[in-house]
Design a protein around this ligand. Structure first.
Ligand SMILES: Nc1nc2c(ncn2[C@@H]2O[C@H](COP(=O)(O)OP(=O)(O)OP(=O)(O)O)[C@@H](O)[C@H]2O)c(=O)[nH]1
Length: 447
C-alpha cells in the first residue's frame, strides 16, 4: 500500500471540523451569488496590516561554511538558540532541488527534501559532516521523487471531486456576528482564545462588509495560520560537535520513544552514527520498547539495570558515544510529571553529568507533545520549559486528531521551533513541519 494512500485514510480531523463549521457559518445569513456561478477563485487579498505575530529572533544570514583547517581545540558546539536559523532567502519551493553538489551530501535516494532547509551549521563545520540533508527529516522513504508538501498530499486535495460547474457560490457579508462565529470555530479547533482572536481580527481587517465564500475564508485563514507558523517551522539543527547530544523530554505516553526511534532511523539512513540511551531506567517496559525501536532503526540502545541512576547511564552513554565517534546521542528520559520535583532533579542531574564530558551538551532538548491532548500541550510546554531548557518541539499523533489547532496556539504563544510532526505509529511516520501544508490541511483550503 502506497505510503500516502495509507496516510490519507488517517484524516486530520481538525480540517473537517473547521470545514463543516465554515459551511454552516456562511450558509447562515449567506446567499447564492448569481453573478459568480461555478467554483470561484478564492479572493485571497492579504489583510491590510496584520497584527504582528511574536517572532523568534531575527534570522541572521547563515555564516558561510568556509572550510577551515582543523583547529586543535574546536569551540564547543553552539547552543541551538545561539545559532541563527539558516535564512533560505527567497522562499525555495519544495520542489526546488537542493543547492550545489558540494553542499548536498549523498543521501538515500528515497529522501524528500524538507520544504525549506533550515540548517544551522556552525562555521567550523568539518568536511565529514554533511550539511545539507541529514538535518532535514526525510518524509517519504517509499516514494522517491515525491516532493510536494506532506500534509497537502495527505489530504489528497487534488483528488477532491470538482464542484459542479453550475453550482452557485454562497457568500455571506462579513459582520461582527460572523467574526464572532469564526472565533468560536477556531477556539473549538483548539487554537486557543488569544490566537483565535488574533487570527480572526487579522482576517476581518479591511474586509468588514465584504461578501465571502467558504473557499475565500479558508484561503484567508490558511494564509494567516501559515504566517504564524512559518517562523517556527525549523528542522532540528545539526552541529559539528560529536557526539551531538539530544535530550528527549515529555510526559508519559507523549510519544518520546516512538519519536526517538523514528528520528534515529532517519538520521541513521542519512549516514549518521547514532546511539540511543534508555534513560527511563525505572520502567522496564519503556526500556524494552526503546530496544525494539533501536532494532527497527538499526541503532544501538544503551540500557542499564532497572533502578539505575539515569545520569550514570547518560555518562556511560557519553563515554561510549565519544569512544565510538558517534554523531548523535539521543537520550530518552522519564516523563513522570506527577513527581515533578523528582523529574526536575533527575533531568538536572543528567545535564550536569553529561556536561562533565561536554560543557555545551545537551545540544538539543526536544519536547515531545501529543497533539490529542489539545490545550494541555500549552501547559506541558510551560512546565517543561521550567524543568529543562527546551530547544524545540515534536508534535506527535497529528493523524486522526481534531485538536491540531493547538500547534497554532503553541507557535503563537511560545515561538519554539517545531522540528517534526508524528503522523502515525510506523517508523517512517515522522515528517518535517511544513507551515503551508499544515495551514491548508487544518482549514481545508485548496492548494
Ligand atoms: N497515531 C499515532 N500514534 C503515535 C504517534 N507517536 C506515538 N504514538 C503512539 O503513542 C503511544 C505512546 O508512545 P511512546 O513512544 O511509547 O510514548 P512515550 O512518551 O515514550 O511513553 P513513556 O515511555 O510511557 O514515557 C504508542 O502507542 C505509540 O505507538 C503518532 O505520531 N501517531
Amino acid at each position: 500500500m502506497a505510503f500516502f494512500s495509507k496516510l490519507k485514510d488517517r484524516l486530520f480531523k481538525s480540517s473537517s471540523k473547521i470545514e463543516e463549521g465554515l459551511d454552516a457559518i456562511v450558509e447562515e445569513g449567506g446567499s447564492a451569488d448569481p453573478e459568480t456561478p461555478g467554483t470561484p477563485g478564492p479572493d485571497i487579498t492579504p489583510p491590510a496590516e496584520p497584527d504582528p505575530v511574536p517572532q523568534p529572533p531575527d534570522p541572521q544570514p547563515e555564516p558561510e561554511p568556509t572550510p577551515v583547517p582543523p583547529a586543535p581545540e574546536p569551540d564547543p558546539a553552539p547552543r541551538p538558540d545561539e545559532v541563527p536559523p539558516n535564512d533560505p532567502g527567497p522562499t525555495p519551493g519544495p520542489d526546488i532541488p537542493a543547492p550545489g553538489p558540494e553542499e548536498v551530501p549523498a543521501s538515500p535516494p528515497d529522501f524528500v527534501p524538507a520544504p525549506a532547509p533550515q540548517e544551522a551549521p556552525a562555521p567550523d563545520l568539518p568536511q565529514e559532516i554533511p550539511t545539507g540533508t541529514p538535518n532535514e527529516i526525510p518524509t517519504n522513504p517509499g516514494n522517491p521523487g515525491r516532493t510536494t508538501g506532506f500534509l497537502g498530499r495527505l489530504f489528497g486535495r487534488e483528488e477532491a471531486p470538482a464542484r459542479a460547474p453550475a453550482a452557485p457560490v454562497v457568500r455571506r457579508a462579513l459582520d461582527d456576528d460572523m467574526v464572532e462565529q469564526l472565533e468560536e470555530l477556531l477556539i473549538a479547533a483548539d487554537m486557543g482564545v488569544d490566537t483565535a482572536l488574533r487570527v480572526t481580527s487579522n482576517l476581518a481587517e479591511g474586509r468588514m462588509g465584504r461578501r465571502m465564500s467558504v473557499a475565500e475564508i479558508k484561503g484567508l485563514l490558511a494564509a494567516e495560520i501559515s504566517r504564524i507558523m512559518e517562523p517556527v517551522a525549523r528542522p532540528m539543527p545539526l552541529y559539528p560537535r560529536k557526539p551531538q547530544v539530544v535530550l528527549v523530554v515529555g510526559v508519559n505516553g507523549s510519544g518520546k520513544t516512538t519519536t526517538i526511534g523514528k528520528l534515529a532511523s532517519q538520521f541513521n539512513a542519512a549516514g549518521k552514527k547514532v546511539i540511543i540511551a534508555a534513560g527511563d531506567t525505572f520502567r522496564a517496559a519503556a526500556v524494552e520498547q526503546l530496544q525494539v525501536w533501536g532494532d527497527r532503526a538499526g541503532v544501538p540502545v544503551m540500557k542499564a539495570d532497572q533502578g539505575t541512576d539515569p545520569a550514570s547511564l547518560a555518562f556511560d552513554a557519553m563515554t561510549r558515544a565519544e569512544a565510538e565517534g558517534a554523531d548523535l546521542l539521543m537520550i530518552d528520559t522519564a516523563g513522570r510529571l506527577q513527581n515533578r520535583q523528582d523529574l526536575m532533579e533527575e533531568l538536572a542531574k543528567i545535564v550536569r553529568v553529561i556536561r562533565k564530558k561536554d560543557p555545551s551538551a545537551p545540544h538539543n532538548t526536544l519536547l515531545v507533545l501529543d497533539a490529542t491532548t489539545g490545550q494541555n500541550a500549552l501547559s506541558q510546554v510551560e512546565t517543561f520549559r521550567k524543568l529543562a531548557d527546551v530547544s524545540g518541539l515534536v508534535m506527535t499523533k497529528l493523524d486522526g486528531t481534531a485538536k491540531g489547532g493547538v500547534l497554532v496556539a503553541l507557535a503563537d504563544k511560545f515561538g519554539l521551533p517545531i522540528h517534526a510532526i508524528g503522523v502515525g505509529e510506523q517508523i517512517d511516520d515522522l515528517a518535517p513541519f511544513d507551515p503551508e501544508d499544515f495551514a491548508r490541511a487544518l482549514t481545508g483550503a485548496e492548494a
